[in-house]
Ligand binder design. Structure first.
Ligand code: HEC
Length: 114
């Protein structure tokens, strides 16, 4: 009689989930980003991120609201690119910021959208 042993190899494929950091870390980053935001971004995007109406009028620009669902749906990498390189009428406001400051200011803008 022949015994056949069957080897069962279970391969657990790694789930590549890109999960944004815990909410505590998020909040800390957001706090650090406020100073940067107040200095470099508030004039156009407004304290609440909905856009400074006077600036929107002066620029003839409707894209100053960065707390809407459109922005929310965009990836961090894409928004960081806008912050660092500018887009349309937005200057490259964040180009002199460190990587940390860039992510902090993005976290802060994300926190405004809640
Ligand atoms: C001179 C005005 C001005 C300043 C200063 C400015 N922005 Fe903007 N920002 C804009 C405009 C205009 C757009 C829309 C650009 C476009 O046409 O895509 C924009 C777009 C964005 C977007 C992308 C929104 C989206 O849904 O694609 C983000 C994020 C953003 N700004 C963040 C910032 C941050 C953070 C700062 C400060 C570091 C900043 N902005 C400073 C004018 C400005």
């Amino acid at each position: 009689m022949k015994k056949r042993s069957k080897k069962l190899t279970v391969l657990v494929s790694a789930c590549l989930l890109t999960v944004a950091g815990g909410s505590a870390a998020w909040a800390a980053e957001a706090k650090g980003g406020k100073a940067t935001y107040d200095k470099l971004c508030v004039s156009c995007h407004g304290a609440d991120g909905k856009g400074n109406p006077a600036m929107a009028k002066a620029m003839g620009e409707k894209g100053l609201n960065i707390v809407g669902k459109d922005t929310k749906a965009k990836k961090d990498a894409d928004l960081l690119k806008v912050i660092v390189e500018g887009a349309g009428k937005m200057p490259a406001s964040g180009k002199n910021l460190s990587k940390q400051e860039q992510t902090d200011v993005l976290s802060y803008t994300r926190s405004l959208a809640k």
